[in-house]
Design a binder for this molecule. Structure first.
Ligand code: GLV
Ligand code: MN
Ligand code: MN
Length: 408
């Protein structure tokens, strides 16, 4: 039997980022395609029937004798990463699902309904800008036309990239047939904060996902020469961008439970001796209450406009994506807690809210969905320092197998 830690070790060289550290596994990049091949091989080895659907989601099916896939139990996660991400965000849930299939087979479990392991593409949105693109397409939560026209930083459209990878862009979008197969969805994931460390618990159950969204602020100024343009004659969008970044910190610090981040900023054209003509910056804001998020973004926009006017620049704000706060299905939550508690000497299993987005959060709007978190002793994520102990990684598959066995 392959343990979760063995499975993760077998992909530990794929997509290492020597410049940033950690892993960079963008959707449809060479490393992500290599991980798709790895998934196909590992799932096939377990007798699962592997296919890729019209939205690029991979499925590994363990069918019942009837072959009926309606209302199946689906588990899985994603294999793409943020730039310079950790080894566990995504792959832990996929590896645990594969190893849980091994455990269920060893236990002699005969599924009473279909069981599938799913891999969702572009969960991080690190290539095309919108997170959970696979689950948003599957459910119709995003307009397929919009997705076809999304561009990566090199200017390739999603339509072109998906076509080059065997998909028909005309067939992207809500997939009734695939949706009908999902009776319940359970995603196992590395915890991305400190809750389980502080509770001294290896496993937790997800209760909610904080509402979150992404906005682009584009500041336009006058590109010019760094040596010949006097300071008094500049309309420099970088100066405005710097003030916007500081304003964002101030605005978020003034609001309970708010998180706001600029993790990506791009000067155009981006030369050391060039005053930029435009600076794009991407804003990530999270808060439980949509109206508070809207007010925070409006306040940031107002301050950005003021800073831009003072410098002789202009600024435009574009919403790129938004997801309201999600409460996971309460029945499924209880079932996950009961299963995990029974296999853990009847100890109570904590329920955790999270500030991180997941495909389970998108699917929760359409089918009962839940999450299982595994302790991360650094409490750090979206960074090479993200970590899971070998013993906890291996416990993940047993925990997931317990949950799946009860739900099957
Ligand atoms: C995904 O990990 C997100 O929360 O941005
Ligand atoms: Mn993830
Ligand atoms: Mn992530």
């Amino acid at each position: 039997m392959n343990t979760v830690s063995h499975l993760l070790e077998s992909i530990s060289d794929v997509g290492r980022d020597s410049a940033r550290g950690g892993y960079s596994r963008q959707v449809f990049s060479t490393p992500e395609l290599e991980l798709r091949e790895w998934f196909t091989a590992e799932a096939s080895k377990r007798g699962l029937e592997v296919s890729t659907d019209r939205n690029g989601i991979m499925w590994g099916w363990w069918d019942t004798a009837s072959g009926n896939r309606t209302g199946a139990l689906v588990t899985g996660s994603h294999l793409d990463s943020v730039p310079g991400g950790g080894a566990f965000d995504g792959p832990l849930g996929v590896a645990a699902a594969l190893a849980a299939v091994d455990e269920l087979k060893e236990r002699g479990v005969e599924p009473r309904r279909g069981l599938a392991v799913a891999v969702f593409p572009e969960e991080e949105g690190s290539r095309f800008g919108i997170a959970c693109l696979g689950s948003r397409l599957l459910t119709g939560a995003i307009d397929a036309d919009r997705v076809r026209n999304l561009k990566d930083p090199a200017g390739n459209t999603f339509a072109d990239v998906s076509r080059a990878n065997g998909l028909d862009p005309a067939h992207l979008g809500r997939d009734e047939e695939a949706l009908r197969t999902i009776g319940d969805f359970v995603e196992l994931h590395v915890e991305q904060g400190r809750a389980l460390i502080d509770l001294d618990a290896p496993v937790g159950v997800g209760s909610s996902i904080l509402g979150h969204g992404r906005w682009r602020l584009s500041v336009e100024g006058q590109g010019n020469h760094a040596g010949t343009t006097l300071m008094a004659h500049r309309a420099d969008p970088m100066i405005v961008a710097a003030q916007i970044v500081l304003a964002i910190r101030r605005v978020a610090e003034g609001q309970d439970d708010a998180r706001a981040t600029v993790g990506r900023l791009q000067p155009v054209p981006g030369g050391t001796n060039v005053i930029a003509s435009r600076v794009d910056l991407w804003l990530d804001v999270r808060h439980p209450d949509n109206s508070v998020t809207a007010a925070l973004v409006e306040s940031i926009h107002g301050q950005a406009q003021k800073a831009a006017a003072f410098e002789g620049c202009s600024v435009t704000l574009t919403e790129e994506s938004f997801s309201s706060t999600v409460q996971f299905d309460s029945t499924l939550q209880r079932q996950l807690q009961n299963s995990l508690s029974q296999s853990n000497g009847n100890l109570p299993v904590p329920t955790l809210p999270t500030g991180a987005g997941h495909d389970a959060g998108v699917l929760a709007g359409y089918v009962p969905s839940g999450m299982v978190y595994i302790r991360n002793p650094t409490g750090i994520s979206h960074s090479p320092e993200e970590f899971v102990e070998r013993s906890d990684a291996d416990l993940a598959s047993t925990a997931l197998a317990d949950v799946l066995e009860d739900l099957l």
